[in-house]
Design a protein around this ligand. Structure first.
Ligand code: URA
Length: 234
């Protein structure tokens, strides 16, 4: 629970409007604290006690979102074309603590992507020490050799341009040209590069789980998101 803050600071910090506009909103009676219409932008309240137009301030203790990333959008704030951030409400993007993705998925990879405005959460989940398992479902344009199962599990696969071998990863071959790969790290284009290294170029790639979160259990159509409990990852 965050400490008390000035009401105009609450409204701007959580992306509703500027401090100057907040004074107008309060004057018009749009802001309540514990059910009582607020009178002054300088009055203080805990963000969780503040309501705007009858609705509680969103995510006063941090924004934690699971998105079903569609194909074709990019995990970047800057690139051309459609961005994952275009899928979120503008108010979230206006929050003082900027929203970012927890790691990245390629433009042509779909599936489970976490977003947050909590930098410590990003750090904790992407830290190489944490080894949060991420499960990818893939299809290839050539058969996956059964020998890849032991190679990937060995912790000895060296990808081009890398100085250390990949951490042991679990490969389950579910069809001649398809399977599931669980990684405990996140290198650039890792799934595609690992499968290319065994002669099975990836044609379709979806992330289906991150730690305890499973895309199938979230019931999200591509482009949809849901708030999650960060304690799932503690
Ligand atoms: N590995 C890839 O090749 N692409 C991703 O988006 C994620 C993991």
């Amino acid at each position: 629970m965050r400490l008390e803050m000035r009401l105009d600071a609450v409204l701007s910090r959580f992306g509703y409007c500027s401090r100057r506009e907040a004074a107008q909103w309060i004057k018009r009676g749009r802001v309540q604290v514990n059910g009582v219409v607020a009178k002054s932008p300088t009055a203080k309240a805990a963000p969780a006690a503040v309501f705007v137009d009858g609705q509680p301030v969103e995510f006063p203790d941090g924004l934690y979102i699971a998105l079903n990333k569609p194909l074709g959008c990019t995990c970047s704030h800057r690139e051309e074309g459609e961005l994952v951030y275009d899928l979120l409400p503008q108010r979230w993007l206006n929050r003082a603590d900027g929203v970012s993705t927890v790691g990245r998925l390629d433009k042509e990879t779909s599936g489970l992507l976490l977003l947050t405005d909590d930098g410590a959460f990003v750090h904790a989940l992407t830290s190489p020490k944490r080894h949060v398992p991420k499960v990818y479902e893939f299809e290839c344009s050539a058969p996956v050799p059964p020998s890849a199962v032991t190679l990937f599990a060995s912790g000895e696969l060296m990808l081009n341009g890398e100085h250390t071998p990949c951490l042991p990863a679990e490969l389950v071959i579910t069809g001649e040209c398809r399977g599931l790969l669980t990684l405990h790290e996140g290198r650039y284009h890792q799934v595609r590069r690992m499968l290319a290294a065994v002669g099975a170029p990836v044609t379709v790639l979806t992330r289906v789980a991150v730690g305890p979160l499973k895309l199938a259990e979230l019931n999200l159509a591509p482009g949809e998101w849901v708030a999650i409990d960060p304690a799932l990852f503690s």
